[in-house]
Design a protein around this ligand. Structure first.
Ligand SMILES: NC(=O)C1=CN([C@@H]2O[C@H](COP(=O)(O)OP(=O)(O)OC[C@H]3O[C@@H](n4cnc5c(N)ncnc54)[C@H](OP(=O)(O)O)[C@@H]3O)[C@@H](O)[C@H]2O)C=CC1
Ligand SMILES: O=C(O)CCC(=O)C(=O)O
Ligand SMILES: [Mg+2]
Length: 419
């Protein structure tokens, strides 16, 4: 396969996926990466350096990643010219090379291009956004007992309001939709029909159940004691409320869960460990207060796209901020790893921000590839670097007695602490 601007590394081999979704990972896999806008220029090279060091240390030169830069966002417009924000060959590389990692990409507010991040997820049908939230000793937190927060978010990544079905107020399209709602559907509750923008929120049984299936399977594989469906189903009955109902339905029909005390909460025995697991639900606003007061009550979270976006940043803040909040976008075959945070434009190019989020995303990637020894070294290195008290600005400003390091020096500190 030839590309126009992407240079395929000569020393690398492609990862492939089998029919049962397992991976064939060679010792020199080609991994496509998007540098990212804003602070992408700071964090992506540090991530590559840290990952290369972990792989070298773990396998003594027997394994090595062949990095392949692919382009999206502002850099793509320079490489390809014009309005090429997300070139087709970038999409092809991410799909065909199966495992990739990306820096953040800018999305303008209120107009301009639609989110490239969302486009990548939707075009490649990366329907799971998996975001683990865990505490590292020494990280500043607004909570007294941050170590009680230990959750894995499964955010539905392909539907909800992110489908981008919306029309600007006073546009002919919005007028047409409002006219249809008022005059054909008998809607009476549009308070200002003349000046309303309109957004549509599709949520399906198929989309919900494939996401909840992954969440429950993850809980089984990792011996977690609960899966919580987070929704706003009291208000949005046929989207968020249906998400809740379809989630329970799947737990009962596919996993053999049984209702507790007349439901809707369910219980099932983990087939791998024999331990009881609870499937429960909570309304999103209540969830947001409970994660502060009783985080230990929650483990695996399955939720809709927009809730998952809000919850990701809120939970990240509980354990030290989005400087160390990793994530993965997954289909059944393709995996694209990325940090939870965005491009933080005011820090772009200053070599200042915390590279921890994208490094921990790479740690998830290594584990996904089965390179657990290298992944473990990243955790050891990061934990050691945080404990050393030589940290990036976000931690240094919140913990007395620590020394502020640049983004790149913090990367080196992580490498120095890989025991
Ligand atoms: N997946 C993606 O690519 C995402 C892209 N975006 C896009 O990014 C752009 C900017 O979004 P914005 O709302 O400002 O959110 P950001 O996540 O980019 O930044 C918000 C704040 O979070 C803190 N922060 C972010 N990253 C780091 C880091 N690595 N280390 C330490 N602190 C960090 C900073 O806080 P402080 O100011 O306190 O230092 C920063 O000002 C938008 O265009 C948005 O659409 C947003 C989220 C995800
Ligand atoms: O696409 C964007 O710009 C924002 C995405 C986002 O906030 C997220 O995925 O958490
Ligand atoms: Mg977000």
């Amino acid at each position: 396969m030839g590309f126009e601007h992407i240079k395929i590394p000569e020393q690398g081999t492609r990862i492939t996926a089998n029919a049962d979704f397992s991976l064939n990972v060679p010792d020199n896999p080609i991994i496509p990466y998007i540098e990212g806008d804003g602070i992408g220029v700071d964090i992506s090279p540090v991530m590559i350096k840290v990952v290369d060091a972990a792989v070298e240390k773990a396998y003594g030169g027997k394994k090595r990643i062949a990095w392949m830069e692919v382009y999206a966002g502002e850099k793509a417009t320079h490489v390809y010219g014009g309005d090429h924000w997300l070139p087709t060959e970038t999409m092809e590389a991410i799909r065909d090379y199966v495992v990739s990692i990306k820096g953040p990409l800018t999305t303008p507010v209120g107009g301009g291009i639609r989110s490239l991040n969302v486009a990548l997820r939707q075009e490649l049908d990366l329907y799971v956004c998996q975001r683990p939230i865990r505490y590292f000793t020494g990280v500043p937190s607004p909570l007294k007992t941050p170590e009680r927060t230990d959750m894995v978010i499964f955010r539905e990544n392909s539907e909800d309001i992110y489908a981008g079905i919306e029309w600007a107020a006073e546009s002919p399209e919005a007028k047409q939709v409002i006219d249809f709602l008022l005059n054909t559907m008998g809607v009476t509750k549009i308070r200002f029909p003349e000046s309303s923008g309109i957004g549509v929120k599709p949520v399906s049984r198929d989309g919900t159940q494939r996401l909840v299936r992954k969440a429950i399977q993850y809980a089984i594989d990792n011996d977690r004691d609960s899966v919580t469906l987070v929704h706003k189903g009291n208000i949005m009955k046929f989207t968020e409320g249906a998400f809740k109902n379809w989630g329970y339905e799947l737990a009962i029909e596919e996993f053999g869960a049984t209702e507790l005390d007349g439901g809707p909460w369910c219980t099932l025995k983990n087939p791998k460990t024999g331990r009881d697991m609870i499937i429960k639900d909570v309304i999103a606003d209540n969830f947001l207060q409970q994660i502060l007061l009783r985080p230990q009550d929650y483990s695996v979270i399955a939720t809709l796209n927009l809730n998952g976006d809000y919850i990701s940043d809120a939970l990240a803040a509980q354990v030290g901020g989005i400087g160390i909040a990793p994530g993965a976008n997954l289909s059944d075959t393709v995996a694209m790893f990325e940090a939870t945070h965005g491009t933080a434009p005011k820090y772009a190019g200053l070599d200042r921000v915390n590279p921890g989020s994208i490094i921990l995303s790479a740690e998830m990637m290594l584990r996904h590839m089965g390179w657990t020894e290298a992944a473990d070294l990243i955790i050891t290195g990061l934990s050691g670097a945080i404990s050393s008290g030589r940290v990036t600005y976000d931690f240094a400003r919140a913990v007395e007695g620590t020394t502020e390091l640049s983004c790149s020096d913090f990367g080196d500190n992580i490498i120095d602490h890989m025991a």
